[in-house]
Ligand binder design. Structure first.
Ligand SMILES: *[C@@H]1O[C@H](CO)[C@@H](O)[C@H](O)[C@H]1NC(C)=O
Ligand SMILES: *[C@@H]1O[C@H](CO)[C@@H](O)[C@H](O)[C@H]1NC(C)=O
Ligand SMILES: *[C@@H]1O[C@H](CO)[C@@H](O)[C@H](O)[C@H]1NC(C)=O
Ligand SMILES: *[C@@H]1O[C@H](CO)[C@@H](O)[C@H](O)[C@H]1NC(C)=O
Ligand SMILES: *[C@@H]1O[C@H](CO)[C@@H](O)[C@H](O)[C@H]1NC(C)=O
Ligand SMILES: *[C@@H]1O[C@H](CO)[C@@H](O)[C@H](O)[C@H]1NC(C)=O
Ligand SMILES: *[C@@H]1O[C@H](CO)[C@@H](O)[C@H](O)[C@H]1NC(C)=O
Ligand SMILES: [Zn+2]
Length: 298
């Protein structure tokens, strides 16, 4: 009896379904997709750039963002190929599983770019502060990033990786448009999701964190930047050699250490260093500066 009911009801259900030849319209599928937009309708695949950017500014920001994608994509590919068999992976992410870092790079490459805006005017007045090459607008407009004039003079193309005195450990991550903009994107909620944040500041802390606090490393903004730069240098720019610079083995005594740190903060004669820290400049509320005069706002 129950079986009969089930058979009957499933038969009734089956006849209710349109079949390829019972519909008046010519369809090879049992239902129509007419009038439905594709699932990804309205996707934004290019980073929006505000009308306040003139032609040359727009072009430089676009080239920089394209290099950000190149950098992030290679970082992802390196991890996908080597996982923690990569010495560079273990140096930056310790014993952590690789999926979070892969995702942090992939979202930059393939994530939707709707709620992101780069602008070239100076709505918060921060570009007037000496040493500022740009800033995230924070509470004033959380999706927005301002690029100041100094960026166009100082940021370099990835094609100069491992040249002009640059080394991964001794130079600023914002030497290159690619890593500078990667950092700025991680502040924007659509990309960083308020999950990628600053836990470590500078190369030494990043390396230390991978050993002692590795759970933070795969969503640490600086760690992701340093890792991406180092694998790009080692795999692409100078294959098999890279330019990691002074390695942090802690085998030298503390006095040596202090000396080398003191030397490192001097701008190298060949590098463009107009983004050096400006200790006298005024910092807006909720913001702080990092080495290199980078403005961070929360
Ligand atoms: C149904 O559509 C297909 C492809 O759109 C076409 O080749 C075919 O001739 C159509 N058949 C009829 C009966 O209209
Ligand atoms: C765009 O603006 C910058 C900075 O104000 C200026 O140096 C540059 O000449 C401008 N470019 C054009 C094409 O107007
Ligand atoms: C950046 O990349 C996009 C997509 O590949 C391309 O359409 C655009 O022309 C590039 N922009 C510049 C300035 O090279
Ligand atoms: C590398 O990952 C494997 C799992 O894929 C794990 O068993 C191993 O402990 C990891 N090694 C290190 C040094 O983290
Ligand atoms: C860039 O420089 C130009 C010309 O000196 C100036 O008009 C403009 O306000 C500056 N832009 C920013 C964002 O500081
Ligand atoms: C590890 O994280 C804790 C809390 O987040 C922090 O206080 C500590 O300084 C970190 N240690 C290192 C080596 O980064
Ligand atoms: C937000 O706007 C206020 C008022 O214009 C300004 O003082 C502050 O510096 C801005 N914040 C940021 C992060 O730029
Ligand atoms: Zn930051």
């Amino acid at each position: 009896m129950l079986l009969l009911k089930l058979l009957l009801s499933s038969a009734a259900f089956a006849t209710a379904l349109p079949t390829p030849d019972d519909s008046e319209s010519n369809h090879s599928q049992p239902f129509s997709w007419e009038g439905l937009a594709p699932w990804n309708a309205g996707a934004v695949n290019q980073f929006p750039i505000h009308s306040s950017c003139n032609a040359t500014q727009r072009r430089q920001i676009e080239l920089g963002l394209n290099e950000t994608i190149t950098l992030a994509e290679h970082a992802k590919d390196h991890i996908l190929r080597w996982r923690n068999e990569s010495e560079i992976y273990r140096k930056y992410f310790g014993d952590r599983p690789s999926m979070e870092a892969i995702g942090a790079f992939d979202i930059v490459v393939n994530g939707d770019k709707k709620d992101i805006l780069f602008r070239c005017d100076n709505p918060d007045g921060n570009c007037e502060i000496e040493g500022y090459a740009g800033h995230w607008r924070g509470e004033n407009a959380t999706d927005e990033t301002v690029i100041c004039n100094l960026s166009y003079q100082t940021r370099r193309s990835l094609s100069t990786m491992c040249s002009l005195g640059y080394t991964v450990s001794e130079s600023e991550t914002n030497t290159f448009w690619a890593a500078d903009l990667l950092h700025r994107l991680y502040h924007v909620p659509a990309i960083g999701q308020n999950w990628i944040d600053h836990f470590a500041d500078g190369y030494e802390e990043v390396i230390d964190q991978a050993k002692k606090n590795a759970t933070l490393s795969t969503h640490d903004s600086e760690t992701l930047q340093y890792f991406a730069l180092e694998v790009y240098a080692y795999d692409i720019a100078v294959p098999g050699t890279g330019c990691s610079g002074v390695q942090n083995e802690h085998s030298h005594d503390h006095a040596d250490h202090t000396t080398s740190e003191a030397t490192n903060i001097q701008p190298t004669p060949t590098a463009t260093s107009s983004d050096a820290p400006s200790t006298t400049s005024e910092v807006p509320a909720n913001c702080h500066t990092h080495d290199g005069g980078e403005l961070h706002c929360t």
